[in-house]
Write a protein of this length. Structure first.
Ligand code: RIB
Ligand code: CA
Length: 309
């Protein structure tokens, strides 16, 4: 029986964040969720996290986080995730209320005993604020798994990925903290896509979660960069990188983060020559995509299940 790793998940739900939350419920011991402004406003990402947890029948504390990036203005991605952040559904208020402790203090409390695992699937604003508030925090984080950045193409500009572009200063603060980090960038997540076949699979399963996730995947498949090879479920890779590391190849790389507000903003550039301004992080390179997607489907159908494929 696989031991479930205990994690804190920082996210900006967001449709692929929703799939990632279900993966976290299925395959990890999800201690807490902290929310951040990113795909949509902090009000919406916080409401959406509470809704997905309630839909899955999970009682996990939700801590509201940053309403804006460290320095640049907030820019939503509602063209892809819908105005609510969960497609075109009007998201009901969950019975689960948000926790009174805000995200930064929840992260500091969660990391108190050391060896903490954090999965981040949005802009790194909360993580950076926690690191700035307590400069010793990085010593108590055993690993940060982040969906963000890219060593190849971008999706906001031709060079920058959304989570990095949305708050490049937070990326720089986090990388420079030397926290042990694995980056699941677009170079990796573009390999992991769900198609209309998976929409049909989710609908056929007929569970309360799979029916909603089928609708969200259908919306996601017709918005943003529509592709006939399916839509990348980016954020699930960071969660499954914790629980199923054998499905990913990882290499160390020297990365320079571009923070200037120019055409390179948010670029996470591999810099193996002049490493003076680079930081060394682990970068996920390849995925066993079909196995990853099968796990996502399993979690979307039955997030409370306990057989550990
Ligand atoms: O670039 C993809 C990332 O940006 C994902 O985390 C998605 O949810 C959006 O936040
Ligand atoms: Ca996200």
């Amino acid at each position: 029986m696989k031991v479930r790793p205990r994690i804190l998940m920082d996210c900006d739900p967001g449709i692929d964040d929703a799939f990632a939350i279900l993966c976290a419920l299925r395959f990890t011991d999800l201690a807490a969720i902290t929310t951040v402004s990113g795909n949509v406003s902090i009000d919406n990402t916080t409401r959406n996290a509470r809704y997905i947890l309630e839909l899955a029948g999970a009682e996990v504390p939700v801590h509201r986080g940053a309403a804006a990036p460290l320095e640049v203005p907030a820019m939503a991605a509602d063209d892809i995730h819908g105005r609510s952040g969960l497609g075109d559904m009007s998201v009901p208020e969950a019975m689960i209320s948000e926790h009174s402790l805000r995200a930064v203090d929840a992260i500091l409390e969660y990391c108190e005993s050391g060896d903490a695992i954090i999965v981040a699937t949005g802009p790194l604003t909360n993580i950076a604020q926690a690191l700035l508030k307590d400069p010793t925090l990085a010593e108590r984080i055993s690993h940060l798994y982040w969906m963000g950045g890219s060593t190849s193409e971008g999706n906001v500009t031709d060079r920058a990925e959304f989570n990095a572009w949305a708050d490049p200063h937070a990326v720089d603060v986090t990388f420079r903290s030397m926290v042990p980090l694995t980056m699941y960038g677009l170079n990796l997540t573009h390999q992991v896509r769900m198609t209309t076949e998976h929409i049909e699979q989710l609908r056929a399963a007929g569970s309360s979660t799979s029916m909603i996730m089928a609708d969200l995947l259908a919306y996601y498949s017709t918005h943003g960069t529509v592709s006939d090879i399916g839509q990348p479920v980016h954020d699930t890779c960071a969660v499954l990188g914790v629980t199923h590391p054998e499905l990913f190849s990882i290499e160390k790389s020297n990365i320079v983060t571009h923070v200037a507000d120019d055409d390179r903003r948010g670029m996470t550039e591999v810099q193996d020559h002049d490493t003076t301004s680079a930081t060394t992080v682990r970068v996920a390179g390849t995925a066993h995509a079909s196995s990853v997607v099968d796990l996502v489907v399993t979690a979307a159908i039955d997030p409370a299940g306990d057989d550990q494929p």
